[in-house]
Design a protein around this ligand. Structure first.
Ligand code: NI
Length: 180
């Protein structure tokens, strides 16, 4: 768990099958500036606390195209917030990573995605930026951008694997509620 603590209100993370997780998030416009300025620190605080390496705004109930990532919070914290991120290039070569999701707690599966991606986005100051990623960061960016389109990592699994995983999740959530 990261020592990096961000003084911002924590947000409740929506758990699958919450219907908001399946909605399309809309692009951030200049009119959203104030909301996004408050949202990003809270997303980082929530992500680090969870702990997780990525979070998308729909996971905290905001249907805006905003994601936060930090794939190595224990080593060298490198918080990265991406507004209106867009994959503008992807390698033909693929890679397999074991993925999990804060909205699908404690369930993991191997997912195959392009090994390298190029992502265009706006930073917190509204500047246009691009990032080229490979390895875990590439998978994480693709996973989080998927959330903005209502896509979850389980969608990449066979129907059989997906159903088993979602049934395990439903049971774990039910047990958790029974304990409360
Ligand atoms: Ni996720």
């Amino acid at each position: 768990m990261s020592d990096l603590q961000i003084a911002a209100p924590l947000l409740p993370i929506l758990i699958c099958p919450d219907p908001l997780l399946r909605r399309m998030a809309r692009a951030v416009t200049p009119g959203d500036a104030e909301e996004v300025r408050a949202l990003i620190p809270s997303m980082f605080a929530t992500m680090y606390k969870a702990p997780g390496i990525g979070l998308a705004a729909p996971q905290v109930g905001r249907l805006l195209r905003v994601i936060t990532v930090d794939v190595a919070p224990d080593k060298e914290p490198a918080p990265l917030a991406l507004i209106n991120p867009e994959i503008i290039g992807a390698s033909a070569e693929t890679a397999v990573q074991e993925e999990g999701c804060l909205s699908i707690p404690e369930q993991y599966a191997e997912v195959t995605r392009p090994a390298q991606v190029r992502v265009r986005y706006q930073d917190e100051e509204g500047a246009r930026r691009e990032i080229e990623a490979e390895g875990l960061l590439a998978a994480c960016l693709q996973h989080e951008i998927d959330h903005l389109n209502g896509v979850l990592f389980v969608d990449y699994l066979s129907a059989l694997k997906r159903n088993i995983l979602l049934r395990k999740l439903a049971k774990a959530q039910k047990d958790l509620q029974a304990k409360r």
